[in-house]
Design a protein around this ligand. Structure first.
Ligand SMILES: Nc1nc2c(ncn2[C@@H]2O[C@H](COP(=O)(O)OP(=O)(O)OP(=O)(O)O)[C@@H](O)[C@H]2O)c(=O)[nH]1
Ligand SMILES: [Zn+2]
Length: 187
């Protein structure tokens, strides 16, 4: 895998002080955001980009609140957010907006993808192993509810799953139900 690795920079945030490093794979510029001190078994959040949720605080999904939860918890416990540029479960922002438009007509998140000719999920997590190897991290506590993520790492041992549960609201209720019933999320 051909990866370009940036220098490390300080990233002071409203959550506290982090460091940031970018890992460039083809045209994707992924990020590791990590605490100054990393425990021997750090808490890691693998977060897939969701511009609408992460930046604009959309209530259609739980991404923004999950990122908020992860940054708070990781600032406290020590660890890393690996921010993967796999917007819309890999279909990209433009297609996700088209999928949202179909969801406005009553289709769920999976059906909307299918109506556009896409599978439900295109993400892959190989780069995560490479990023963790770069930091010499061999064991992690993984913050997720997604069972696919728990089996996605080949070089890193997940010693514990840390649930990341966000309260549902009227706008994301169906999305969370679909994740639980059709995608097997541990909610
Ligand atoms: N195609 C599509 N992508 C979506 C939709 N809602 C959120 N996403 C994307 O889904 C990704 C987040 O996936 P989730 O299933 O919410 O969570 P996860 O990362 O699989 O699992 P957790 O680790 O438990 O959070 C991000 O890339 C979002 O942009 C949607 O309705 N359609
Ligand atoms: Zn989202």
């Amino acid at each position: 895998m051909n990866i370009e690795i940036s220098k490390i920079a300080n990233l002071p945030t409203s959550y506290g002080d982090f460091k940031i490093q970018s890992f460039k794979q083809n045209d994707k510029e992924h990020l590791a955001i990590f605490t100054y001190t990393l425990p021997s078994i750090p808490t890691v959040r693998i977060h897939s980009e969701c511009l609408t949720g992460d930046v604009f605080k959309s209530l259609k999904c739980d991404c923004g609140e999950q990122l908020d939860f992860a940054l708070k918890q990781i600032q406290k416990d020590g660890g890393m957010v690996i921010y993967l540029r796999q917007e819309g479960r890999g279909i990209g922002l433009f297609n996700k907006v088209n999928a949202y438009s179909l969801q406005d007509l009553g289709h769920d998140t999976i059906k909307a993808n299918e109506l556009l000719g896409f599978k439900q999920d295109y993400r892959d997590y190989k780069i995560v192993d490479e990023i963790l190897k770069h930091f010499n991290i061999k064991k992690i506590k993984l913050m997720t509810n997604n069972p696919l993520k728990l089996t996605s790492l080949k070089h890193t041992k997940i010693v514990k799953r840390v649930p990341i549960i966000i309260n549902s609201c009227e706008y994301n209720y169906e999305y969370l139900e679909t994740k639980k019933e059709k995608m097997g999320h541990l909610l």
